[in-house]
Design a binder for this molecule. Structure first.
Ligand code: BGC
Ligand code: BGC
Length: 593
C-alpha cells in the first residue's frame, strides 16, 4: 500500500467518515471494480487484484475440487487475499446460495427447504436453522448468503415454489424474518454475516407461459433450456396495489430486520424487466422504503435487458443496480461501464452512490478488520449438533394430510414393507440446490434415509424398490419423490404424480394391509387417482440429509405438528392460487398426531 490516507482503516471512526475517505481516494477503475461480481469458475484470484473486483460468488455447484469444507475455505480465502493486496486493500466479499444449509459443500448438513419450514410455522426452528447455516458459511470464509428468498409463489407450476415459505404473504413475512434474524446472529464473536432478500419483486407472481428469455442471452455460457422455462423469469401481470400487497410486504419487514442486500428478480412486471425498473428499485426500494444497503443483480440478468450490451449496462446501473452479478463476462462489464461513464450515460454520482452503499456494508460487516475467519469453525460443518437440528427440522416440517383407520402410528410388532427408490435416496430427499445447482438422485452427500430410520425402529422390515413382495406385510410405507430441479428447469405443466408412481402405489397396496404414502416434493402434487388407496398421506417436502428422522413421526415417538403453507390442489384447474378454493386440503390443513 502506498500514498494512501488511512482514515478509512481506523475502526474508531464513524463508518460514514471511513467511506468518504476511502471513496475520495478511489479511481474510476477501482470504483467500477467494486460494483463487479464474478463467478469463481471464471475468475482467477489474480484478476480480482488486477480489476479491483468487489465480489466473487459460487453459483449453484460452484465447488472446489475435491469438494471439502477445508478446500472451500482455501478457495474463498485466495480471492479475499488477492483483494487485500490491491493499492487500497478493499476486501472482496464472497457470496453463496446456502438456501437450506451450506448446500454446495459436500458433507455439510442439509436442512429442509423453505416450503417445509413454512409448514412448520416454527420461527424458533427457522431461527436456529439459519444461525447454523450462517456458522457454516462463515467457516468457509464467506460472508454473504443469497438468502432468504421472500418470494410469495402464486402458481405451483413454478420450479422455485419450494424456495418460498408459503403462498401467503403473512406467513412468508414472518418465517423469512425469523430466518434473517438467525442468519444475522451467528454468535461467533465479532464475525458478521450479510443476508439478501430476493428476488425483487414479484418473482412469485409470474404468469404461466409468459417467460421470454431473449435469444441473445442463450449465446455464450448461459445454457438454460428455453423450452422448459415457462413461468420462471416470466411476467408478473398484476396492478401496483397487488404487487405491493402480495409481494412487496416481506421486504419492508426484511429491511427493518437488518437485511443489507436485495437481489433483483429475473422476472418482469407488466412487460418491463425488473433489472431495468428504476421506479421499483430506486424510487420505491431505495427512496420510499429507505433501503440504504446495496442492490445486486441476478445471474447474467442485466444481459436480458437489451440486445445491445451497452444499453443493458446503462439501464441496469441507472435503474439502481449497485453490485452487478456478471458471472462470466466481468471484463466486458467493466469495459462497458467505464465507457458509459466517460460518455456521460452513467453519472459519477450514480457510481459514487453504488460504491458508497457497497463499502458501507463492507465496513459494517467488519471485513476490513477481519477478512479471514477462524479456521476452527470448520467443525460446524456436518457436526452432530447440526445433524440433530436437521432431524428436528425434518420432523417438524412433515405434514400429515390424511390418517384413516389408525394407520399411524406404526408399532414395532407390525411387519413393514418399505417401497420406492426415494425411501433410500439422499439426493431425492434433498431436492435442488444440493451439491449441484439442479441437485440429483443418489448418495450425493452424507446423510441418512427414511429406510435407515424405519430399520432403527423395527427388525421386521422388507425393502422393495418396486413394491413387489413375497408375503403380505401389515403395513406398507411407499415413498415417492419429484426428480430434483432448480429454477425454471423445474417449471412443470402437469403436477399429477406419474404413472410409474401410481403403479408403485398400486403394487405395494396389493402387498400390505395398510398403506402409508410419503411424498418428497417441492410443491403439492396431485394424488387424486391414488389417494383412496392410501390410509395415511404425509407431505415430507424436501426434508434434507437427515430423512431417517421421519421414522420417529411414523412410529409415534415425535408428533406431527406441521400445517400446510400452500393449499394442496387436487386438479390442475385449481391453478393459479386464486382458483384453489375448492381443493380439499386448504392452507392450514395438517393433522396432529
Ligand atoms: C449457476 C446457478 C445460477 C444459474 C442461473 C447456473 O449455471 O450454477 O448458480 O443460478 O446458472 O441460470
Ligand atoms: C438465481 C438466484 C441465485 C443466483 C446465484 C440465480 O440464477 O436466480 O436465486 O442467488 O443465481 O446463484
Amino acid at each position: 500500500m502506498q500514498n494512501v490516507n488511512t482514515i478509512y482503516q481506523d475502526v474508531n471512526r464513524p463508518i460514514a467518515e471511513r467511506v468518504d475517505d476511502l471513496l475520495s481516494q478511489m479511481t474510476l477503475a477501482e470504483k467500477i471494480g467494486q460494483m463487479t461480481q464474478a463467478e469463481k469458475d471464471s475468475i482467477p484470484p489474480e484478476d480480482v487484484k488486477t480489476y479491483f473486483i468487489g465480489s466473487v460468488l459460487s453459483g449453484g455447484g460452484g465447488v472446489p475440487d475435491p469438494n471439502t469444507p477445508a478446500n472451500w475455505r482455501e478457495m474463498v480465502k485466495a480471492y479475499i487475499k488477492a483483494s487485500t493486496e490491491t493499492r487500497l486493500g478493499i476486501p472482496a466479499i464472497y457470496g453463496v446460495d446456502a438456501v437450506h444449509g451450506h448446500n454446495n459443500v459436500a458433507g455439510a448438513t442439509i436442512f429442509p427447504h423453505n416450503i417445509g419450514l413454512g409448514a412448520s410455522r416454527d420461527t424458533d426452528l427457522i431461527y436456529r436453522t439459519a444461525q447454523a447455516t450462517a456458522r457454516t458459511i462463515l467457516a468457509t470464509n464467506s460472508h454473504w448468503n443469497f438468502s432468504p428468498a421472500v418470494s410469495v409463489p402464486q402458481d405451483l407450476r413454478w420450479g422455485r415454489t419450494y424456495e418460498g415459505y408459503s403462498e401467503d404473504t403473512d406467513i412468508v413475512t414472518e418465517m423469512s424474518q425469523a430466518y434473517l434474524e438467525g442468519l444475522l446472529n451467528p454468535d461467533l464473536g465479532d464475525v458478521k454475516m450479510l443476508g439478501c432478500a430476493k428476488h425483487f419483486v414479484g418473482d412469485g407472481g409470474t404468469t404461466w407461459g409468459s417467460t421470454k428469455i431473449p435469444k441473445w442471452t442463450l449465446l455464450g455460457n448461459w445454457q438454460v433450456n428455453e423450452d422448459v422455462f415457462q413461468i420462471d423469469q416470466g411476467d408478473t401481470q398484476i396492478d401496483e396495489d397487488e404487487l405491493r400487497r402480495v409481494h412487496l410486504t416481506p421486504y419492508i419487514t426484511a429491511i427493518a430486520g437488518g437485511v443489507r442486500s436485495v437481489m433483483v428478480s429475473h422476472s418482469m412486471w407488466n412487460g418491463v424487466k425488473m433489472h431495468a425498473h428504476k421506479y421499483m428499485i430506486t424510487d420505491v426500494l431505495k427512496g420510499e422504503m429507505g433501503f440504504t444497503g446495496f442492490v445486486v443483480s441476478d445471474w447474467m440478468s442485466i444481459n436480458q435487458i437489451d440486445e445491445d450490451y451497452y444499453v443493458c449496462v446503462v439501464k441496469a446501473v441507472n435503474a439502481g443496480v449497485d453490485m452487478n452479478m456478471v458471472p462470466y463476462d466481468y471484463k466486458l462489464f467493466i469495459e462497458t461501464l467505464t465507457k458509459a461513464v466517460q460518455n456521460g450515460d452513467v453519472s459519477q454520482d450514480r457510481i459514487d452512490d453504488a460504491v458508497r452503499r457497497i463499502l458501507t456494508v463492507k465496513f459494517e460487516l467488519g471485513l476490513f478488520e477481519q477478512p479471514f475467519i477462524d479456521e476452527s469453525y470448520l467443525s460446524y460443518l456436518g457436526s452432530d449438533e447440526h445433524r440433530a437440528l436437521a432431524r428436528e427440522g425434518a420432523q417438524k416440517t412433515a405434514t400429515l394430510l390424511k390418517n384413516e383407520d389408525v394407520a399411524l402410528p406404526l408399532n414395532n410388532t407390525q411387519s413393514v414393507l418399505v417401497a420406492g427408490q426415494a425411501a433410500d435416496d439422499i439426493g431425492l430427499a434433498c431436492g435442488g440446490w444440493t451439491i449441484s445447482w439442479q441437485g440429483s438422485a443418489g448418495a450425493i452427500t452424507t446423510g441418512t434415509t427414511l429406510l435407515d430410520g424405519i430399520r432403527q425402529h423395527s427388525d421386521n422390515v422388507v425393502y422393495s424398490v418396486d413394491g413387489n413382495a413375497d408375503t403380505k406385510a401389515d403395513v406398507g410405507v411407499v415413498v415417492i419423490a419429484e426428480i430434483p430441479y432448480a429454477e425454471g428447469e423445474g417449471d412443470c405443466a402437469d403436477l399429477n404424480i406419474t404413472d410409474e408412481q401410481k403403479q408403485l402405489i398400486k403394487t405395494a397396496r396389493a402387498n400390505c394391509d395398510k398403506l402409508v404414502l410419503v411424498i418428497y416434493s417441492g410443491r403439492p402434487l396431485i394424488i387424486e387417482d391414488v389417494v383412496a388407496d392410501c390410509d395415511a398421506v404425509i407431505a415430507g417436502w424436501l426434508p434434507g440429509s437427515e430423512a431417517s428422522a421421519l421414522a420417529d413421526n411414523l412410529f409415534g415417538v415425535v408428533p406431527f405438528t406441521a400445517k400446510l403453507s400452500y393449499t394442496w390442489i387436487d386438479s390442475m384447474e385449481q391453478l393459479p392460487r386464486k382458483n384453489n378454493g375448492s381443493a380439499k386440503w386448504q392452507i392450514g390443513h395438517g393433522l396432529t398426531l
